[in-house]
Unconditional design. Sequence first.
Lengths: 112, 114
Amino acid sequence: QKEVEQDPGPLSVPEGAIVSLNCTYSNSAFQYFMWYRQYSRKGPELLMYTYSSGNKEDGRFTAQVDKSSKYISLFIRDSQPSDSATYLCAMKYGDSNYQLIWGAGTKLIIKP
Amino acid sequence: EADIYQTPRYLVIGTGKKITLECSQTMGHDKMYWYQQDPGMELHLIHYSYGVNSTEKGDLSSESTVSRIRTEHFPLTLESARPSHTSQYLCASSDTDGEGNTIYFGEGSWLTVV
């Protein structure tokens, strides 16, 4: 069983919709949770970072961590065609980035 | 925008050839990483470096080797390419470890071995 599970999609929604992207994980020691966005044929870029449980908001994006359920979510409000990309979750238990464990990514398509 | 550059972006090469994927960053980051990513699959760390003359293997076994002679440069070499090496290779760098540190990625090198 993978340490981090992510629905591969594709998830196709109309422009303006609220999007919910999710990851589940098995290692209760994970404390640092990240969401990356990856456009086609590009490298990932950090969108959101959350430490431990709780919510974090940045513009149209909200990251949510529920450690009791081992479940993290990324919400996108007022989705735009430019949000079409693959969204990767990543998490780690310690400070070092070499410890990062990645999800396989969810492909999101926003239809104009 | 991240200042980390990978060359070549796309490469088709014959079996048995030696290849070097170049990676350079201008941010002065001490830590650099090489990841392998197949379509629809997770990123897997194959090598990382915490500074000049420091290299370690990642969690995914790889027949590639790396060197870190200069802070800004972290090339990856395959001595004898095989079709199983066909993949996307992503180079990345970060500043310090800790809570909010960010990994910056290059645009990737797509390798096809025929």
